[in-house]
Design a protein around this ligand. Structure first.
Ligand SMILES: *[C@@H]1O[C@H](CO)[C@@H](O)[C@H](O)[C@H]1NC(C)=O
Ligand SMILES: *[C@@H]1O[C@H](CO)[C@@H](O)[C@H](O)[C@H]1NC(C)=O
Ligand SMILES: *[C@@H]1O[C@H](CO)[C@@H](O)[C@H](O)[C@H]1NC(C)=O
Ligand SMILES: *[C@@H]1O[C@H](CO)[C@@H](O)[C@H](O)[C@H]1NC(C)=O
Length: 431
């Protein structure tokens, strides 16, 4: 039996078929992708457990972020110690490790790229010591590798490292970024003069839009004014928390805070629990498994934060887990969330999220201080208690069973996560 073949075609395949069947659109239309199609969840149980009431309500229709952004950012590993060589070598490494091919396509420069003073015409300048060839040359190099270049500024008087900020310079700075060929802007929140973010972030959205260049707009407002409630109309992603650090405590706290806003994520705009620390050495291999699994399930941006020029095989194995990446990039775009983890479950948590094709991603996350068996009844996560499911283990890369009925569980090592996809094994109509 081949259960997967019985599922309806995923959305993308259907649109790809329609595209093939229809005459080519006029060139002008080709540049403007259609707005994301919002799909309702199939059953009332799923709709109750996975509240999507705010999914797709607020959307910045710039054609970007139909799935969460993937790539690399310089901050978590290099902080201010960056230069054009590191950025170029990182672009090279993303390609040579195969990570680029898996979707990690944004190469994002964080704070410290710019000179401490604006130029004679009040324009931003790259730091002449560390970026002597300029940002345009770097963008050309990165584009030549088939990748995209991201840059950083701040919705305040200065950046966090006290370079010039873009507040009240939005139009000039956006035009400059566009003229350099920049594809992504991370926009920070330091030195903000106490002005509300709802006032400071939209002007840059409008400035980026009027450049005519598609530029991903990533809001880094640290979750201070509950951005999920308003940022969907402003940016393609919004930070829901303060900065991550490379510790189990920071990672788990941030996951919990980000979880609260699950109903607001959707194609076009994503909750951002900050960049990955996988590979930076402060957590165990099991903890990094959990970090990557839960970020993928929460539809978080997958922005690598380690030195990709020098990856261990363990780190590369985590970051390049194609099956986990596919959960993150699923076209349905519903943020997974914690379903079990209170009362008798305690530190034995079950997180889950609906996927296209009537599938469900499930993560068993052991947050206890020793190994634990985590077991669930299938209806608890929204599955039919009497139907049979095919269960795929995304870390073992193995289909465990074609016939899971009623309950499912596994032993999970301390702080580790096991991740699965449940697909209907008999008939779609039964779920
Ligand atoms: C560029 O930055 C990297 C990482 O901090 C450093 O190892 C390297 O020495 C720097 N290169 C130059 C030319 O400054
Ligand atoms: C600018 O905004 C309009 C209206 O939302 C949108 O249709 C257009 O695609 C945007 N253009 C860019 C370059 O973001
Ligand atoms: C590469 O990473 C290892 C740790 O995984 C570290 O000990 C070593 O110094 C790094 N090498 C470079 C050139 O950064
Ligand atoms: C999990 O359950 C199995 C089977 O009942 C048992 O052998 C194992 O010791 C349990 N593991 C833990 C950590 O309790």
């Amino acid at each position: 039996m081949e259960p997967v073949a019985r599922l309806p075609l995923p959305l993308l395949t259907v649109s790809a078929l329609l595209l093939l069947l229809s005459p080519p659109p006029p060139a002008a239309d080709a540049r403007v992708p259609p707005p994301p199609r919002i799909q309702p969840l199939a059953t009332a149980t799923l709709r109750r457990l996975y509240d999507t009431s705010n999914y797709g309500k607020l959307q910045l229709n710039n054609g970007l972020a139909l799935t969460p952004q993937m790539g690399w950012n310089s901050w978590n590993f290099f902080a201010c110690n960056i230069n054009e060589t590191v950025i170029r070598e990182t672009a090279d490494a993303l390609v040579s490790t195969g990570l680029a091919e898996l979707g990690y396509n944004y190469v994002n420069i964080d704070d410290c790229w710019s000179n401490v003073k604006r130029g004679k015409k009040d324009q931003l300048l790259p730091d002449p010591k560390t970026f002597p060839s300029g940002i345009k040359a770097l963008a050309d190099y990165v584009h030549g590798k088939g990748l995209k270049l991201g840059i950083y500024s701040d919705a305040g008087k200065f950046t966090c490292q006290v370079r010039p900020g873009s507040l009240y310079h939005e139009n000039d700075d956006a035009m400059l970024f566009a003229s350099w060929g920049v594809d992504y802007l991370k926009y920070d929140n330091c030195y903000n003069l106490g002005i509300k973010p709802q006032k400071r972030y939209p002007p840059m959205r409008d400035a980026l839009n009027s450049t005519g260049r598609q530029i991903f707009y990533s809001l880094c407002e640290w979750g201070e004014y509950d951005p999920a409630l308003w940022a969907g109309k402003v940016g393609n992603s919004w930070r829901t928390t303060g900065d991550i650090t490379d510790t189990w405590k920071s990672m788990t706290d941030i996951a919990d805070k980000n979880n609260k806003w699950a109903s607001y994520a959707g194609p076009g705009g994503w909750n951002d629990p900050d960049m990955l620390e996988v590979g930076n050495g402060g957590m165990t291999f099991a903890e990094y498994h959990s970090h990557f699994s839960i970020w993928a399930l929460m539809k978080a941006p997958l922005l690598i934060g380690c030195d990709v020029r020098n990856l261990t095989s363990e780190t590369l194995e985590i970051l390049s887990n194609k099956e986990v990446i596919q959960v993150n990039q699923d076209p349905l775009g519903v943020q997974g969330r914690r379903i079990l983890g209170e009362g008798k479950y305690g530190c034995r948590e079950v997180w889950a999220g609906p996927l296209s094709g009537n599938r469900l991603a499930v993560a068993l996350w052991n947050r206890c201080s020793e190994a634990a068996n985590i077991t669930m009844k299938l209806p608890a996560v929204g599955l039919d208690g009497s139907a049979a499911y095919s269960v795929r283990d995304l870390w073992k890369h193995e289909t465990l069973s074609e016939n899971v009925i009623g309950t499912f569980g596994a032993q999970v090592e301390v702080h580790d996560t096991k991740m699965y996809i449940f697909s209907p094994a008999v008939s779609v109509a039964s779920i």
